[in-house]
Ligand binder design. Structure first.
Ligand code: 4AD
Ligand code: MG
Length: 431
């Protein structure tokens, strides 16, 4: 008899199957007991009836504990009251391992306790649902880009220079070369890739020594950077919008069950799959101030102000055309206003904040060099980056998605520490 996965039991109605996995829950009473079983693909109730199994099998109820590993043999039966629509009538239970008393039970645990037990917490329903949605988001992003002629181009993690400013760099001693920095974003390397391949993306861990304690910041998170030659600012936003809408559709299609487990308002999420709003930084500042905010035209938006920008919108909002002085050195100047750069932040609705940062890049060698000098940057480690503006420079643009921020919004989970298997923050390196 082959092993069957819980997600496929409907194909075996009335047949005997074997399942291997773990005890999610046990309910015992008199002549019948129930073993709620999980195998990673789903959860199904297994019914053990005294008059149908050997006494030795029936008595396993006294040995088994939550999270024990078991191999179940039984018959698949339709059961309309079950969430999955089926149940297993057990004929045999093989115990693989009897688990010690499990530290995570039904009672409420504090966040710190759960995070310290992250290696076990991951087995609970909501955490498993989140990991499945993360898997889909990852898949949907690469699927979309592959379909738009982007090549995967992996950027290095050990780097000689900063991408996003020097205040959040992690330093690593690097042999005789001195100090290396953990990458904050693969963007600068992707700009080299597109000069060979036209369109590229990377997808991997990036690092920021953020001393920030908010629910939106990690010190290690996953970033997808995409970059495209001959794409200008407006088309850059079109690509971002197409990609995010594809992600929403794919998650709704593949993870409806998981979204329900997380109590995500799916109707609200569906509404985000419509044309996104675009407003300039200046318009966004005016909007915030009209609602009682107090920002000047050279300010960035905090979490509260981001929510003020999006709270009357079902779709994400692009804030574009930013003051140069508050954005990174590589962003291209607006032809008509040299104080403005062609950058865009994409702000998710429902208070989830910035999920993408992107821009058209400065492609003029001298203007880029001048900006770098004005910021007192050490030019030498960026010589290769400047070279790209010497050998067949072209207009080009790109953007970076924070995977955990996107998963958090799509899942409706407010704290991004739950959207990555092992979150890293200033306070946590363990497990
Ligand atoms: O806006 P950021 O800093 O942009 C860049 O790094 C560009 N070089 C990307 C590019 O153009 N290729 O970061 C991009 C995204 C943010 O919008 C946010 O979603 C996420 O990365 N992010 C973080 N996520 C979790 N924890 C942090 N500390 C984050 N910092 C940024
Ligand atoms: Mg940003």
């Amino acid at each position: 008899m082959d092993f069957v996965k819980v997600k496929n039991v409907s194909e075996y109605d009335g047949k005997e199957v074997k399942l291997r996995g773990w005890v999610f829950n046990l309910r015992k009473s008199g002549k019948i007991w129930f073993l709620v079983f999980r195998d990673g693909t789903g959860i199904i109730q297994c019914v053990v009836l005294k008059n149908l199994v050997d006494a030795e099998v029936f008595d396993k109820k006294t040995i088994l504990t939550q999270e024990s590993s078991v191999i179940i043999t039984g018959t698949v039966r339709k059961e309309d009251r079950a969430a999955i629509g089926y149940e297993i009538t057990v004929s045999n239970i093989e115990i693989v391992h009897v688990a010690d008393e499990y530290p995570i039970g039904k009672k409420e645990h504090g966040a710190d306790f759960l995070l310290s037990n992250r290696h076990l917490w991951l087995r609970s329903k909501k955490q498993t649902a989140l990991m499945k949605i993360r898997h889909t988001v990852y898949y949907a992003i690469t699927d979309y880009l592959n379909g738009q002629d982007f090549y995967r181009f992996d950027s290095p993690i050990l780097t000689p220079n900063a991408c996003e400013g020097t205040t959040t760099l992690f330093e690593v001693p690097y042999f005789d070369e001195g100090t290396a920095f953990l990458s904050q974003s693969g963007q600068l390397y992707l700009e080299t890739g597109i000069m060979a391949l036209g369109r590229c993306y990377d997808f991997g861990p990036v690092f920021r020594a953020e001393k920030s304690k908010t629910r939106k910041h990690l010190t290690e998170f996953w970033m997808m950077d995409a970059e495209a030659a001959y794409v200008k600012h407006d088309e850059n936003m079109d690509i971002q919008e197409g990609l995010i809408r594809h992600v929403i559709r794919t998650v709704i299609e593949r993870n409806e069950e998981d979204l329900k487990i997380l109590e995500r308002d799916i109707e609200q999420l569906k509404k985000a799959d419509a044309p996104f709003i675009r407003m300039t930084h200046k318009e966004a500042i005016d909007k915030v101030n009209n609602k009682g905010g107090n920002l000047s035209y050279n300010d960035d938006f905090g979490s509260v102000e981001e929510s003020m920008v999006t709270d009357d919108s079902d779709v994400p909002v692009f804030i574009e055309r930013w003051p140069a002085e508050i954005k990174a050195f590589y962003m291209k100047r607006d032809e008509n206003d040299s104080n403005i750069v062609l950058g865009d932040d994409l702000i998710a609705p429902e208070g989830f904040g910035e999920i993408i940062g992107g821009s058209e890049r400065e492609d003029n060698h001298d203007m880029l060099l001048e900006r770098m000098k004005s910021e007192d940057m050490d030019i030498e480690p960026y010589q290769w980056y400047l070279d790209l503006r010497k050998y067949g420079s072209v207009p080009h643009s790109g953007f970076g998605i924070g995977l955990e921020r996107l998963v958090g919004w799509v899942s409706g989970v407010k704290h991004i520490r739950e959207t990555i298997p092992f979150p890293r923050t200033i306070y946590r390196l363990n497990p």
